[in-house]
Design a protein around this ligand. Structure first.
Ligand SMILES: CC(C)(COP(=O)(O)OP(=O)(O)OC[C@H]1O[C@@H](n2cnc3c(N)ncnc32)[C@H](O)[C@@H]1OP(=O)(O)O)[C@@H](O)C(=O)NCCC(=O)NCCS
Length: 168
């Protein structure tokens, strides 16, 4: 996929940047942004990202500012059963509520569809209301609670969406 420049013009949401594939060359930037976003101890190890970025079943996208700073990322995987799984998504604090998570997840969904994936699942912490609002906004629905899903013992909600065309 080629880099796609874009420009949000909505009031208070001006952002010039590019939506791009995420590759091994971006490993350090991704690791640092992930540490910034998941400061609560749920950040991935650098080597986990290395594994994900070299796995052909993984779809990885990022948004960079005009001056090349990574400000948003999403990683997703096509599971052996053919279901798409959103692994992680994050947006730098200063760039939130400008539609960047929505944009990067739409791109992931488009890539899923291009590879024949029509069902997508994800897990989200039961107390992560902003992420739940985002996923609901995109059309995901909670199907059940998963006890002790996270390493610290926290529960997750399993959310699912059937995709045909990206949500608005
Ligand atoms: C969750 C997160 C990725 C959202 O990123 P974002 O770029 O701010 O989200 P968007 O601007 O694309 O939001 C799209 C819609 O989602 C909903 N939404 C997003 N953040 C929200 C919040 N904090 N409160 C309420 N609704 C929210 C809104 O409906 C929003 O549309 P609107 O701004 O027109 O009202 C970001 O807050 C983040 O990185 N959080 C920490 C990491 C995290 O929790 N990741 C998810 C793990 S499962």
């Amino acid at each position: 996929m080629h880099s796609t420049p874009f420009f949000h013009t909505a009031w208070q949401r001006q952002f010039k940047g590019a939506l791009k594939p995420l590759t091994l060359a971006d490993l350090n930037d991704l690791w640092h942004l992930d540490l910034h976003v998941f400061f609560d101890g749920e950040a991935y190890e650098r080597e986990t990202f290395r594994y994900l970025l070299t796995n052909p079943q993984v779809i990885a996208r990022q948004i960079k500012t005009e001056d090349g700073q990574m400000v948003a990322f999403a990683l997703a995987m096509i599971e052996p059963d053919g279901v798409g799984h959103i692994t992680t998504v994050g947006v730098a604090t200063a760039y939130r509520r400008r539609g960047l998570a929505r944009l990067v997840l739409h791109e992931v969904e488009r890539s899923f569809l291009a590879r024949g994936v029509t069902t997508v699942r994800l897990e989200v912490k039961t107390d992560n209301l902003s992420a739940q609002r985002l996923y609901e906004h995109l059309g995901y629905v909670i199907v059940r609670r998963v006890p002790s899903y996270y390493s610290n013992g926290d529960d997750a909600y399993l959310m699912v969406r059937a995709i045909d065309l990206p949500a608005s």
